[in-house]
Write a protein that binds this ligand. Structure first.
Ligand SMILES: C[S@@+](CC[C@H](N)C(=O)[O-])C[C@H]1O[C@@H](n2cnc3c(N)ncnc32)[C@H](O)[C@@H]1O
Length: 259
């Protein structure tokens, strides 16, 4: 997969040299190319921003600079353009899976009050453009958001994770665990500072271990993410799941139960 990242702080992306993503780059699974936006600013100060039309605080990133940058980086092709912004569609595991299927992603990192909206309008006619938010909070720039997305997408590419099953068992992974977060995990020793590993995990009984993991995932989802638990598809719940939800005094939406 090819990834281009345009930013006024390319040095922010040093973490992409290490760990899983660093190795994927060394192996050639990921071809990451960083670009300094100011290269496409032509005044002596390499200005990339200007005051907002309509007034108000802060500065807005100039369309001409972004236009030249994207034209150059995307020359001869049609990457999917991802623009991080708190006002975008939420980034989640489903979108990460979708982006992992793309051959080429181009990330445009905003700063200040963001990028002049005409840039997204201009490229929407030439390539797929997504404005994406990594959460309901405001960062100072798009760089950290892009690091989050690159790591979430990169670990889904074939051969990046040591054990491909890890991504299948993850929180939010599609399948039987959809809408459930992962339960607690343990390693050796069996007793640490008086805390014991749950006996079922030492039993070697795969069926019981799987049942226990699912129960714990349901308990944790109800406790930490009630909105996800409320969205559980009744079709994916067995009798045991329903009994557990009842014990936890968690009610599915009445219309879901009717289904
Ligand atoms: C200070 S923010 C601009 C916030 C903008 N005034 C607003 O309220 O929507 C500057 C840049 O940080 C990035 N950013 C901030 N929060 C983000 C989030 N939650 N998700 C993705 N990008 C974010 C975007 O690139 C944005 O253009």
């Amino acid at each position: 997969m090819r990834l281009d990242i345009i930013s006024i702080f390319p040095e922010y992306f040093a973490p992409l040299d290490v760990s899983l993503i660093g190795k994927a780059r060394e192996r050639g699974t990921l071809d990451v190319r960083l670009h300094q936006l100011r290269e496409w600013a032509h005044d002596v100060h390499k200005t990339v921003d200007d005051t907002p039309y309509g007034g108000g605080p802060g500065m807005v990133m100039k369309p001409e600079v972004w236009g030249e940058a994207i034209d150059t980086v995307a020359e001869g092709g049609s990457p999917r353009l991802i623009v991080p912004t708190p006002s975008g569609r939420p980034f989640d595991q489903e979108l990460a899976q979708e982006l992992a299927q793309e051959p080429w992603l181009l990330f445009a990192c905003g700063r200040y009050e963001g990028i002049d909206s005409r840039v997204m309008a201009e490229y929407s006619s030439r390539m797929r453009v997504d404005e994406v938010s990594i959460g309901d909070y405001v960062l100072a720039g798009g760089e950290v958001a892009v690091l989050v997305m690159v790591e979430a997408v990169g670990r889904l590419l074939p051969g990046v994770l040591g054990n491909a099953q890890s991504a299948v068992d993850d929180s939010f992974a599609p399948g039987s665990m959809q809408n459930l977060v992962e339960g607690p995990v343990y390693t050796k020793p069996p007793v640490w500072r008086g805390h014991e590993v749950p006996a079922v995990l030492l039993s070697g009984h795969h069926g019981k271990v799987a049942r226990w993991r699912r129960d714990e995932a349901i308990r944790r989802t109800v406790r930490n993410r009630p909105e996800l638990a409320a969205a559980l598809d009744p079709e994916t719940l067995d009798k045991h799941d329903r009994k557990l939800l009842e014990e936890l005094a968690f009610r599915l939406q009445p219309e879901d139960v009717a289904n």
